[in-house]
Ligand binder design. Structure first.
Ligand SMILES: NC(=O)c1ccc[n+]([C@@H]2O[C@H](COP(=O)([O-])OP(=O)(O)OC[C@H]3O[C@@H](n4cnc5c(N)ncnc54)[C@H](OP(=O)(O)O)[C@@H]3O)[C@@H](O)[C@H]2O)c1
Length: 320
């Protein structure tokens, strides 16, 4: 396993972060037993960075991870998220809600601190100063090591970070946003901001929720359990230019003698980011780990980049 320093922090994390969104019980996900196997196997492979959220399978993902990491906690960098959708009427940015979510996450994960506590999303009508103060109190009380932000657009990241720094003398350690070969909107603002300020960039859906796995083909109906139960997938991908990019990824994978999802993941790794992988089967981990050895030269990267067309903004999954 390769490791890297996480942005400006002293944390040393594996180049792959294991995502916990698929640990639960719905049809496209891994059931609790399989999830436990995936987590143990990832730890055996040296993955030390595990990410989840309080809303994944309504807390089930946190509980599954909490059980599976018993005995391994000190060697792991654990992140979870709060501030997602609470119900149809309430978003979770108030102090009372965030305090309660932190309490439940610590209990579910069977730990007394979270290495990185993410705000799952943000809205412009939220009082950023109050939310920042609550997050800062998590650091000063020892409940969180660092703060991460997720689903932030460039201007929101800039505004929120400035308030963090000016008001509380803290700064975000990591941004977890949507990025892969067919969705690169963050290259305009958020990524340059992260690079300038030493914030790690950790993209979710590096294989485009499976769109870049090789199972979807141009001209076919492309209905899978995941497209049916994760409707945002069809909104995000499946345009003509997305299929052009998929076909470049397939060509290069064939020439290199590697699997299509490996090549898609290698593309993100070659950009220097720390992808959050979504393994739904234990055997996917072998492919993901092998992607670390797939090096792409400039021409190959350009061949994938060339067909990119800007996408309409499709917001994240944190209650939008
Ligand atoms: N912050 C946020 O709002 C947010 C949003 C989304 C995700 N995330 C995080 O990012 C993680 C990953 O998201 P994701 O599931 O969308 O990631 P992804 O890695 O882009 O997609 C995972 C899907 O790709 C397919 N796949 C993965 N490896 C494969 C392999 N080796 N061979 C064939 N197919 C493979 C699987 O599809 P099948 O199951 O159909 O085979 C799997 O469900 C989540 O677990 C979560 O932690 C965060």
């Amino acid at each position: 396993m390769e490791y890297t320093k996480l942005g400006y922090t002293d944390l040393k994390v594996s180049r792959l972060c294991l995502g916990g969104m698929s640990f639960g019980s719905s049809k496209w996900m891994a059931d609790p037993e399989t999830s436990g196997k995936i987590i143990k196997k990832a730890i055996d492979y040296g993955i030390n960075f595990i990410d989840t959220a309080n809303i994944y399978s309504s807390g089930e993902s946190e509980k599954i991870i909490g059980e599976a990491i018993t005995g391994y906690r000190p060697q792991l960098v654990l992140s979870t998220k709060g501030g997602g959708k609470v119900n149809d009427f309430t978003q979770g940015f108030s102090r009372a809600i965030l305090f309660n979510e932190m309490k439940n996450s610590l209990k579910n994960l069977r730990t007394d601190y979270i290495d990185i506590y993410f705000l799952h999303t943000i809205f412009d009508n939220v009082d950023f100063r109050d939310t920042v103060h609550t997050l800062s109190s998590f650091i000063s009380s020892g409940k969180a090591g660092y703060i991460g932000l997720s689903n932030f657009m460039g201007y929101q990241l800039a505004e929120f970070s400035t308030i963090m720094e000016m008001q509380e003398n803290i700064k975000p350690a990591i941004l977890q946003n949507h990025y892969n070969a067919v969705y690169r909107e963050d290259e305009r603002d958020a990524i340059p901001f992260c690079e300038k300020h030493g914030i790690a960039y950790s993209p979710f859906s590096p294989i485009a929720a499976g769109f870049l796995s090789g199972k979807y083909k141009r001209g076919l109906e492309n209905e899978t359990v995941r497209t049916k139960t994760y409707p945002v997938m069809k909104e995000r991908y499946f345009s003509d230019s997305d299929f052009d990019i998929l076909e470049s990824v397939e060509d290069i994978a064939k020439k290199k003698g590697v699997k299509v999802p490996q090549l898609a993941l290698a593309y993100v790794l070659n950009k220097g980011f720390i992808p959050v992988i979504g393994a739904t089967k234990p055997e996917y981990l072998e492919d993901d780990i092998a992607a670390l050895d797939v090096k792409l030269d400039r021409e190959e990267m350009e061949a994938i980049d060339r067909n990119y067309k800007p996408h309409k903004i499709v917001k994240g999954t944190a209650g939008y």
